[in-house]
Design a binder for this molecule. Structure first.
Ligand SMILES: NC(=O)c1ccc[n+]([C@@H]2O[C@H](COP(=O)([O-])OP(=O)(O)OC[C@H]3O[C@@H](n4cnc5c(N)ncnc54)[C@H](O)[C@@H]3O)[C@@H](O)[C@H]2O)c1
Length: 421
C-alpha cells in the first residue's frame, strides 16, 4: 500500500488527505502554515465545510500534518496542491509551486512518484518543476517519476466530491503514468483518463475553466443586453435549455470568483502570448465578467437613486454558495464600489464572519434602502421572502444571483432588479 505526502493542505489538499487516510494509506501533510497544521492534527478543519469538518474530526491522528519538509522523504507518493495565483498584472505567480518543488528536491528519494495537482500552464511540469527536482541529483523517470493530474474539486457540491469526479493525468513516462493511475485507482471511485503527455493534461484544466469563464461572460453580456429590452434572461436560458442538444445552461451573476475560473484563463493567455499567440476570447471574457460588480452597483443606484448615505445590505462575501472562500470574490468588489459611492454598507455572510460587519441576516437587512444578494447561500434563499423583506422594512432588492422570487417581491411593493431580469 502506498504512503502519501500531500504538500499544501488547503481546499484541494485537505480533502485529498482525508480521502487517502480514509482509504487506509499512511498519510502525511506538509504545509507552511503552522496554524493549519496544528488545527488538522487537533482534528479541526480550517475550512468551513460541514462534510470536511466531520471528516477531519473523524480522522484525527490519521493525517500527520507538519511544517517540517523532511516528512516528504517518508512517502512513496507526493502530491503537490499549493496555490498558483496571478500577480497584480495577472501574470502567473509560481512562487509557492517552486518553493514546494525545492522542498521535494531536498528530500527526494529513489522510487518516489511526484504528482502535481495544482493548476499550471502547459509546459510548467517540464520547464519549471522538473529542473528543480533534478537539483536532487536523481534521474527523472528512472529514480523518480513526474505526473500532472489537475484537481477538479467543486467546493460546496454534494453531488460531486473528490471521490467520484473523473480525472485526467499525463506523465513524463509510461511507467510514471501507470504508477499514478494505480494510485488514483486505489482511492477514487471514478475513471482516470490517460492523456498523451503532461502538456495535454495541463491544457485540459485550463480549457475546462476557460470554457466556464467564456460561457459565463456570454450570459452576463446577454443579461445586460436583455435588461435593455425588458426580457428576462433567466427565463430565456430556461427556454433554450429545453433543446436537448447543442445548448448548455450557464447563469449570469455579479461576476466570477474563486481560485480557478477568475485566474486560470490568465495562465493560458500569458503562456500563449509567450509563444506568439494572442487570445481574443479569453481577455474579453475576463473583461466582461470583471465588469459585473459595477453593473450590480448600477442596479442598486437605479433602484434607490444617489447611493450616498443609503443603507445597502450586501448579503454574501464568499464567491459561491455555502463555502467560505472569498478569493477573487466579486462581492468584495461590489462592497468596495458601494463604499466609493459613500453608501452605508452592511455586510453579512454566515460562512465569512470575519468579513461581515453584521452578526445576523436580520441586523444587515433591517431598514435597508436596498438589499443586494451577492451569494446564494442556502440560508439566504430559504429566508428571504417578500414577507421577510416587508417585515424588515426593506425598500429595494438587487438579486445578483437571480435566486429570489421576483414576482412575489415586486407584488409586495418592493422595487426589484435581478441580473437581466
Ligand atoms: N479551490 C479550488 O476549488 C480548486 C479546484 C481545482 C484546482 N485548484 C488548484 O489547486 C491548487 C491549490 O488550490 P487551493 O484552493 O487548495 O489553495 P489553498 O490556498 O486553499 O491551499 C494551499 C495550501 O498550500 C499551502 N502552501 C503554500 N505554499 C506552500 C509550500 N511552499 N509548501 C507547502 N505548503 C504550501 C498554504 O499554506 C495552503 O494551506 C491551485 O493550483 C488551484 O488553482 C483549486
Amino acid at each position: 500500500m502506498d504512503s502519501v505526502a500531500i504538500i499544501g493542505l488547503g481546499y484541494v489538499g485537505l480533502p485529498l488527505a482525508c480521502l487517502c487516510a480514509r482509504k487506509g494509506l499512511t498519510t502525511f501533510g506538509f504545509d507552511v502554515n503552522k496554524k493549519t497544521v496544528e488545527k488538522i492534527n487537533a482534528g479541526i478543519s480550517h475550512i468551513a465545510d460541514a462534510e470536511l469538518e466531520r471528516q477531519v474530526r473523524k480522522l484525527k491522528g490519521k493525517i500527520s500534518a507538519t511544517t517540517d519538509e523532511k516528512v516528504i522523504s517518508k512517502a512513496s507518493v507526493i502530491v503537490v496542491c499549493v496555490p498558483t495565483p496571478v500577480d497584480e498584472k495577472h501574470h502567473p505567480d509560481l512562487y509557492a509551486l517552486k518553493s514546494a518543488c525545492s522542498s521535494i528536491a531536498r528530500n527526494l528519494k529513489k522510487g518516489q512518484l511526484i504528482i502535481v495537482e495544482s493548476t499550471i500552464f502547459p509546459g510548467t511540469t517540464e520547464e519549471v518543476v522538473l529542473p528543480i527536482l533534478q537539483e536532487s541529483g536523481l534521474k527523472p523517470e528512472k529514480d523518480f517519476f513526474l505526473v500532472h493530474c489537475p484537481e477538479r474539486i467543486d467546493p460546496g457540491s454534494r453531488k460531486w466530491g473528490i471521490e467520484n469526479i473523473p480525472r485526467v493525468l499525463g506523465g513524463m513516462s509510461k511507467e510514471g503514468t501507470k504508477k499514478a493511475k494505480n494510485f488514483y485507482g486505489n482511492v477514487l471511485k471514478a475513471e482516470v483518463f490517460e492523456m498523451n503527455s503532461v502538456k495535454e493534461a495541463e491544457a485540459v484544466k485550463l480549457t475546462e475553466n476557460s470554457f466556464r469563464d467564456v460561457n459565463i461572460a456570454f450570459v452576463n453580456e446577454l443579461a445586460k443586453s436583455f435588461d435593455k429590452m425588458g426580457i428576462d434572461v433567466a427565463d430565456v436560458i430556461r427556454g433554450a435549455s429545453t433543446k436537448p442538444f447543442g445548448f448548455m445552461p450557464f447563469w449570469p451573476g455579479p461576476g466570477v470568483g474563486g481560485h480557478c475560473i477568475a485566474i486560470d484563463p490568465y495562465y493560458l493567455i500569458e503562456r500563449a502570448k509567450s509563444k506568439g499567440f494572442q487570445h481574443e476570447f479569453l481577455p474579453l471574457a475576463r473583461k466582461i465578467n470583471d465588469s459585473m460588480p459595477a453593473f450590480v452597483v448600477g442596479l442598486a443606484e437605479f433602484l434607490t437613486g444617489n447611493l450616498e448615505g443609503k443603507k445597502i445590505a450586501c448579503l454574501g462575501i464568499a464567491y459561491k454558495a455555502d463555502v467560505d472562500d472569498t478569493r477573487e470574490s466579486p462581492a468584495l468588489k461590489v462592497v468596495e464600489l458601494l463604499k466609493e459611492k459613500r453608501a452605508v454598507v452592511k455586510t453579512f455572510d454566515p460562512f465569512v464572519k470575519s468579513k461581515s460587519n453584521c452578526s445576523s441576516l436580520e441586523e444587515a437587512v433591517k431598514e435597508a434602502d436596498c438589499v443586494v444578494l451577492l451569494t446564494a447561500h442556502n440560508l439566504f434563499v430559504k429566508t428571504i421572502s417578500a414577507e421577510f423583506l416587508k417585515k424588515n422594512n426593506v425598500k429595494a432588492v438587487v438579486d445578483a444571483r437571480n435566486a429570489l422570487d421576483k414576482d412575489a417581491i415586486s407584488a409586495a411593493g418592493i422595487r426589484f432588479k435581478g441580473i437581466g431580469r
